[in-house]
Design a protein. Structure first.
Length: 287
């Protein structure tokens, strides 16, 4: 079993970047994904290059902030201030209700911005293969997913995250129950369905992906006990050849108490030991 303990949002802000670095330097974190249009992008890349055995993916962002492309090149993706602002369902709905010509335009603009974000990161990382996921899972919107796959050869994309999470119960506290009666459950069902379809596409194109994902049901409330509960749901046959990606959001800010808690969880010795057992024979490298 290859356990990838991952943090999104690297480079988004100073606080998120510092949280990710601390979780890697002193915790169980093994992997992160960089936000190309983040306000702390350059500083994050400089820090990443100082570290070894730290997996880096690209956190493609069509949800917020200033785009990497010129706004006039992607008018269907930005607001009047020239910033990315479309919601997950709003963007999907807009594509579905558009004419064939409008759909083509929207998809082309998505490809343009995705390419710009990937090329910005490649200036720092050189020719190594690109591994990608999406901010707020926007990359799983079917037409965006297809656009990303179409860029495979041009941009050397070797891995795309599939947030397929097997359902599991974690009843450590009453707070855990709340995650089963809210938006996280809806996301869990939707993303699982999209992942099943996405797997067929990725396998057909020879693009790698994780076999299982942990971090949708308990987004914002991840802990060691939740990871252990999710892993216990997998059979030995499912675990053995599998790559399992686990998502945390460590954050160095008193305003983000849940993220501070997730950072503390990643720094637990018992959690570091669990991850160490899983990755000792499958260490990450940049190449």
């Amino acid at each position: 079993m290859k356990l990838v303990v991952h943090a999104d949002d690297f480079g988004l802000t100073r606080e998120t970047t510092e949280g990710v670095l601390e979780a890697f330097d002193h915790g169980a974190l093994t992997s992160t994904s960089i936000v190309a249009n983040g306000t702390f992008f350059d500083e994050a890349m400089e820090e990443y290059l100082k570290r070894k055995n730290f997996r880096l993916a690209i956190h493609l962002n069509l949800a917020e902030g200033k785009p990497v492309s010129a706004p006039n090149r992607i008018p269907l993706l930005v607001n009047t201030q020239g910033e990315l602002s479309r919601t997950f369902l709003g963007l999907w709905k807009n594509f579905m209700l558009s004419s064939p010509e409008e759909r083509l335009q929207l998809k082309q603009q998505v490809k343009h911005e995705l390419s710009a974000q990937i090329l910005k990161v490649k200036k720092w990382t050189g020719g190594q293969p690109i591994e990608a996921d999406g901010h707020l899972h926007y990359h799983m919107i079917p037409f965006i997913f297809d656009a990303l796959v179409e860029l495979k050869n041009e941009l050397n994309i070797s891995y795309i995250r599939l947030p397929y999470e097997k359902f599991f119960f974690c009843l450590d506290s009453v707070k855990c129950l709340k995650n089963y009666f809210g938006p996280n459950m809806i996301k869990h069902i939707l993303l699982n369905r999209l992942s099943r379809e996405g797997k067929k596409v990725l396998d057909r194109h020879g693009i790698r992906h994780c076999d299982f994902f942990i971090g949708v049901l308990f987004t914002g409330n991840m802990s060691e006990s939740i990871v252990r509960s999710a892993l216990s749901r997998l059979s030995p046959q499912e675990k053995e050849p599998a790559t399992i990606e686990v998502l945390f959001h460590p954050h160095k800010s008193g305003r983000e108490k849940r993220s501070l808690k997730e950072l503390a969880e990643l720094k637990k010795e018992t959690f570091k030991n669990l991850v160490g057992e899983c990755v000792k024979n499958a260490a990450f490298s940049r190449h």
